[in-house]
Write a protein that binds this ligand. Structure first.
Ligand SMILES: Cc1cc2nc3c(=O)[nH]c(=O)nc-3n(C[C@H](O)[C@H](O)[C@H](O)COP(=O)(O)OP(=O)(O)OC[C@H]3O[C@@H](n4cnc5c(N)ncnc54)[C@H](O)[C@@H]3O)c2cc1C
Length: 420
């Protein structure tokens, strides 16, 4: 059985960063287990190909929620990245940190080391920002952050409209203040998506002998000796394999699959696990609880202006022209992250913090692009930043390859979702 100092389970945004940093010292061996592929082909790197991933199953787990009471029984869609880079390989590339008050709130709850002042040096260390400098930004880090190369004139029109409506214009949403409207910075380099894998893992896959990225390897349970995690069991193709950790097993399988893996390993509510025939190793009823997700409302408008993406004869012709331009210059509409503009607003002037975020999209994006319609246009997503509802994740079955049950409990402010 292979043995490493650290076994990191899940090669997404978090897992790539932690595996890369741990393996900086050649004496420390690190295995990074990832259920998906290497996340390095054109579908990932070409920003305009995002729709192929978000709306389908390419590099995407494409989970559903359970029927949502607050949405009249509707089932929601939960895209999640699959492959090195994880959700950073399929996301909208908007470079946004939390509000400083979010981190300070975590610290105030007793989480030492999580205040804004504590986390800022790590943000700076991760960043190579081509546009901003100063106390909030970093240069020379592995994650490239830059402005859009889409050259879409609607960006300036959006800013002009915001000025006319007397909104504050914000150049840098990750600076001292967040509130205001503006255009987003992106995790891109030279017009290509810069996923966490591109920043943290791909450059070292052949050059660091102590870093092993094991792909197409889905962890099925954590192995324990007593109550100490000592390794991971995983499925690769038809084979069930095991890997051992001398020092630590680090779970970074995302908000849904990290709790799923804990429960599959006997850590969770003992009675709920017993229903699936899973022996309890450690009764911890909080596992899978307190899921928080932000509902997003979308306004869409049709428009024949030649700056918007969509299905029309003109729109399709622009895609082909855009592909040619992208191949030549890595500029133009294929570099667009679609959600190019937006901002943070307070719905009431007496609020301390912005409570909604806008994503203004250069296309009519409905249901994550899963409901295409004829015509071009634009849309604006309005997202509730700090929902009061609390949901949960639980096991639908003891089969580790089955999807977890996901209940964001959207608009269920008064109820706490309790599956068992
Ligand atoms: C469609 C979409 C758009 C988004 N847009 C933005 C945006 O514009 N800006 C922004 O800041 N954020 C955005 N986000 C959110 C952001 O991408 C995520 O918050 C972030 O990537 C989560 O990082 P993570 O490490 O927690 O999980 P992930 O990056 O999802 O990584 C989890 C990894 O674990 C792997 N995994 C899961 N289970 C197992 C297992 N059993 N064994 C092995 N591997 C496993 C998965 O395949 C995946 O690679 C978006 C997310 C989505 C889905």
């Amino acid at each position: 059985m292979e043995i490493f100092d650290f076994v990191v389970v899940g090669g997404g945004s978090g897992g790539c960063a932690v595996a890369s940093r741990l393996s900086e010292g050649p004496a420390t061996s690190v295995a990074l287990l990832e259920a998906g592929g290497t996340g390095d082909n054109w579908v990932v790197t070409t920003p305009g190909a995002m729709i192929l991933q978000i709306a389908g199953k390419t590099n995407n787990w494409a989970f559903d929620t359970v029927p949502q009471k607050g949405l009249n029984g509707r089932i929601g869609y939960q895209p999640r990245g699959k492959g090195l880079g994880g959700s950073s390989a399929i996301n909208a590339m908007v470079y946004i940190r939390g509000h400083r008050a979010d981190y300070d709130g975590w610290a105030a709850l007793g989480n030492a080391g999580w205040s804004y002042a504590d986390v800022l040096p790590y943000f700076k260390r991760s960043e190579d920002n081509s546009e901003f400098d100063g106390p909030c930004h970093g240069k020379g880090g592995p994650m490239h952050v830059t402005g859009s190369r889409s050259d879409n004139p609607v960006r300036e029109i959006y800013l002009q409209a915001a000025r006319e409506a007397q909104f504050r214009i914000r150049d840098d949403f990750n600076g001292e203040e967040q509130e205001g409207l503006g255009t987003y910075q992106l995790t891109q380099k030279n017009g290509e998506r810069w996923s966490a894998a591109r920043g943290y893992i791909h450059p070292f896959m052949n050059s660091r002998a102590n870093l092993h990225a094991i792909t197409s390897a889905q962890a099925t349970r954590i192995l324990f000796e007593g109550k100490r995690a000592v390794g991971v069991e995983y499925r690769q193709g038809k084979e069930l394999k095991q890997i051992r950790a001398r020092r630590e097993v680090i779970l970074s399988s995302g908000a849904f699959q990290s709790p799923q893996l804990l429960m599959l390993s006997g850590i969770g509510d003992a009675a709920a696990l017993a229903r699936h025939g899973i022996a309890s190793l450690h009764h911890l009823p909080g596992v899978g609880q307190n899921l928080q997700d932000h509902p997003d409302f979308v306004f869409g408008f049709t428009s024949d202006a030649p700056h918007f993406a969509g299905l029309s004869f003109g729109g399709i012709a622009r895609i082909f022209k855009g592909i040619a331009q992208y191949r030549r210059e890595r500029r133009g509409p294929m570099t667009s992250n679609v959600a190019e503009c937006g901002g943070f607003l307070k719905t009431r002037p007496d609020l301390d913090l912005p409570d909604i975020q806008l994503h203004f999209c250069m296309a009519m994006v409905a249901d994550h692009g899963r409901k295409p319609r004829w015509g071009t246009g634009f849309s604006c997503h309005v997202c509730v930043l700090r929902p009061k509802s609390r949901g949960s994740v639980w096991l639908q079955s003891a089969d580790p390859l089955a999807a977890p049950a996901i209940d964001p409990n959207f608009l269920g402010e008064e109820t706490i979702s309790t599956p068992w």
